[in-house]
Design a protein around this ligand. Structure first.
Ligand SMILES: [Zn+2]
Length: 281
């Protein structure tokens, strides 16, 4: 069972939780840590013999072209996380089309590899964006992994399917939702993010085993470079809830990830998407 492993490549100050505290106009004056964190991830993946997908912001790729070449050169997939982490439902159709077109050009130019996959910032494709998947299909994307089929305080599309589906009639585009597990008839997040970092590792292992063994489907898992960086600057002015979620367990994350890499079989999202496409044909 090949599971999809992905890294959402954004820096510590670009997360949705700090959007109201740090203005995009100030980003260029802030100390960037994404390149050293990605190098640590490349080392970890290399040690484990694992290939993965790096959903990268165009803004980051433009400033770190050598990093993009190193990621692609190590055999990983370069895919799009949009330009500057604006959530899809804040953009509207025309601005979304521009955002992903701009990001893709820079991602392809810097990495030297074709981009066929997209992940919306903060899983922001939901009921408010009925045009989003169509725009992705029109721009020739093979797959998207942009839907969280669950209710969360700042994202989620509760009614969405839990596994790969074709969101646009007549198009080949595949959507691979982030993994959820079913417990007593309820869906719980099981594909990374705060769920993985905050709860004991055994909960995640159990949930992914359920999905693989009992449901016979692949998992789609994600994390961020800043999650393995306990030394990142602290945002004292962010809301307490955001700070708790962002800073808890950063020091244990790398160890948890190494266990996860060893306990399951992982690969690039485009490879998982191709298998899922064949299955849902
Ligand atoms: Zn993101």
């Amino acid at each position: 069972m090949l599971n999809g492993l992905s890294v959402d490549v954004e820096d510590w100050f670009q997360v949705g939780a700090f959007e109201k505290v740090i203005d995009r106009a100030d980003w260029d004056g802030i100390d960037r840590r994404v390149e050293r964190n990605c190098d640590a991830i490349l080392q970890m993946f290399g040690d484990a013999g694992v290939k993965a997908t790096f959903f990268t912001l165009g803004w980051v790729a433009e400033r770190h072209p050598a990093m993009m070449r190193r990621i692609a050169g190590a055999g990983h997939e370069i895919a799009s996380h949009g330009w500057d982490h604006a959530r899809v439902f804040t953009l509207g159709e025309a601005a979304f089309a521009q955002d992903i077109d701009r990001a893709r050009k820079v991602l392809e130019d810097t990495s030297g590899s074709a981009v066929t996959g997209y992940r919306a910032p903060s899983f922001s494709i939901d009921v408010r964006t009925p045009w989003a998947h169509r725009v992705l299909a029109e721009q020739g994307y093979a797959y998207s992994s942009s839907v969280a089929p669950i209710v969360h305080d700042h994202y989620g599309w509760r009614e969405a399917p839990r596994f790969a589906f074709r969101p646009v009639a007549g198009a080949d585009l595949i959507e691979i939702p982030v993994t959820t597990a079913e417990v007593a008839g309820r869906r719980m997040a099981a594909g990374g993010g705060g769920f993985f970092r905050l709860l004991p590792y055994g909960v995640s292992r159990w949930a992914i085993r359920q999905v693989n063994a009992r449901e016979g489907r692949p998992a789609a898992f994600y994390f961020h470079p800043w999650e393995i960086d306990p030394a990142q600057p602290r945002m004292a002015h962010a809301p307490l809830r955001s700070r708790l979620r962002h800073y808890t367990n950063l020091s244990v994350m790398a160890g948890k990830l190494r266990r996860l890499l060893g306990d399951f079989q992982w690969g690039r999202m485009d490879d998982v998407a191709a298998r899922e496409a064949a299955r849902t044909a």
